[in-house]
Ligand binder design. Structure first.
Ligand SMILES: *[C@@H]1O[C@H](CO)[C@@H](O)[C@H](O)[C@H]1NC(C)=O
Ligand SMILES: *[C@@H]1O[C@H](CO)[C@@H](O)[C@H](O)[C@H]1NC(C)=O
Ligand SMILES: *[C@@H]1O[C@H](CO)[C@@H](O)[C@H](O)[C@H]1NC(C)=O
Length: 295
C-alpha cells in the first residue's frame, strides 16, 4: 500500500513539474506584501546575468531586476520593495537580453500570489494527550488578506513516509492534533505551508521550518515495563521470606521445648477408665444389699 502511494506521488510530482515547466520560461510570484520574485528557465543557466526583467505595475510603478543563477539551476530575480499589491491588477513584464526584448508577459496579481511561509509558533502538549499547534502567518491580523489564508499542516513520524495532511479553514491559526490518532512514544515532525483563497491557482507557500514533538508512552507501554518489574519483586520477596524462615525462624522454632503436661494428661486417662470399670462392676442388687446391710 505504502509503495503504491509513493509511486502515485512520484507520478504526480513529475506531472506537476511538467506543467510548471510548460507554462513558459518566466514564472513570477508575489507574496502580497512587498516582494515580487521571478524565475527564468534558460537552456544555459550561465546566461542568467545577461538577462533582466523590466516590470510595470499599474499606476506607474516601474522596476528593473537582473537575474542571478540560483543553486537549484534556474535564474532568479527579486524586487523586495513593492509598496503593496492589489487584486485584479495586471503587471507587465519584459525580459530582455542586452537591448533586445525576447519575452513579454502579462501577469495577474491574484494568479501569482505565493504567500510567505508560515511560522509554527508553538506545539503545546495537553493533559488529554492532544497537541495544540499555533501558527504565525507573518501577515498582520488586521489585514483582510490574512483572513484569506489557509494553513496546511503535514506531520509524520520522523523518517517515515506515512504523513498526515490537514488543511485548516480560512483564517485559522490554531489546530489541535488528536493524541489518540498518534502513535505513542514516537517523535513526529510537523511542517506547515499556506495558500490564499484570493488565488485561483492554489499556489502554496514554501514549507515552514520543521518542528519536532514527542508523544508520551501509552498506559499499555507503561504496564509492559511495570508488570515484569512487579513480578520480579514478587519472586524476590517470596525467596527472601523462604530464606529467612529457613535460616532464622525454623532454628528458633525448633529450640522451643515440647510441653510436658501432654504426657501426664495421657497417663491420667487410663485411671479414669479403671474408675469407671469399678463403678460399673457394682451391680444394682449388691448396692441394695449394701444399703440393707448398712440399715
Ligand atoms: C515592454 O516592451 C514594450 C515594447 O517595447 C514597451 O512598450 C513596454 O513599455 C515595455 N514594458 C516594460 C514594463 O518595460
Ligand atoms: C498585456 O496587456 C496589454 C493591455 O491589455 C496588451 O496590450 C498586451 O498585448 C498584453 N501583452 C501580452 C504579452 O499579453
Ligand atoms: C509573527 O511573525 C512576525 C515575523 O516574524 C513577527 O513580526 C510578529 O511579531 C509575529 N506575530 C506574533 C503574534 O507572534
Amino acid at each position: 500500500m505504502g509503495a503504491i502511494i509513493r509511486i502515485l506521488k512520484a507520478i504526480l510530482l513529475v506531472f506537476s513539474f511538467g506543467f510548471t515547466k510548460s507554462s513558459g520560461p518566466l514564472q513570477c510570484y508575489n507574496d502580497y506584501a512587498a516582494e515580487l520574485k521571478c524565475t527564468l528557465t534558460l537552456p544555459d543557466p550561465n546566461d542568467c546575468s545577461e538577462n533582466k526583467a523590466s516590470i510595470l505595475i499599474p499606476k506607474d510603478r516601474y522596476f528593473e531586476c537582473r537575474f542571478d543563477q540560483i543553486p537549484t539551476g534556474g535564474c532568479e530575480c527579486r524586487i523586495q520593495d513593492v509598496p503593496g499589491f492589489v487584486i485584479r491588477e495586471i503587471f507587465r513584464v519584459n525580459v530582455s537580453k542586452g537591448n533586445a526584448i525576447w519575452h513579454m508577459e502579462n501577469i495577474s496579481t491574484e494568479e501569482s500570489i505565493k504567500p510567505r511561509r508560515p511560522i509554527i509558533t508553538s506545539v503545546v502538549p495537553k493533559p488529554s494527550g492532544d497537541f495544540l499547534i499555533t501558527f504565525n502567518t507573518t501577515y498582520t491580523k488586521r489585514d483582510t488578506f490574512s483572513k484569506s489564508l489557509l494553513v496546511e499542516l503535514t506531520y509524520a513520524i520522523e523518517g517515515s513516509d506515512d504523513d498526515v495532511t490537514k488543511l485548516l479553514g480560512e483564517g485559522l491559526t490554531t489546530y489541535e492534533i488528536v493524541g489518540s490518532n498518534l502513535q505513542p512514544n514516537a517523535e513526529y515532525v510537523l511542517r506547515a505551508r499556506m495558500k490564499s483563497s484570493y488565488s485561483p491557482n492554489d499556489v502554496f507557500s514554501d514549507y515552514s521550518e520543521p518542528r519536532v514533538f514527542k508523544t508520551s508512552p501509552s498506559l499499555q507501554n507503561i504496564l509492559k515495563i511495570i508488570l515484569p518489574v512487579l513480578c520480579l519483586i514478587l519472586i524476590l520477596c517470596t525467596f527472601s521470606i523462604y530464606f529467612w524462615f529457613n535460616r532464622i525462624l525454623k532454628p528458633w522454632w525448633d529450640k522451643i521445648p515440647t510441653p510436658k503436661f501432654s504426657s501426664n494428661f495421657v497417663k491420667q486417662v487410663p485411671q479414669l477408665l479403671s474408675f469407671q470399670n469399678e463403678l460399673s462392676s457394682v451391680s444394682p442388687v449388691s448396692t441394695e444389699k449394701l444399703m440393707a446391710k448398712k440399715i
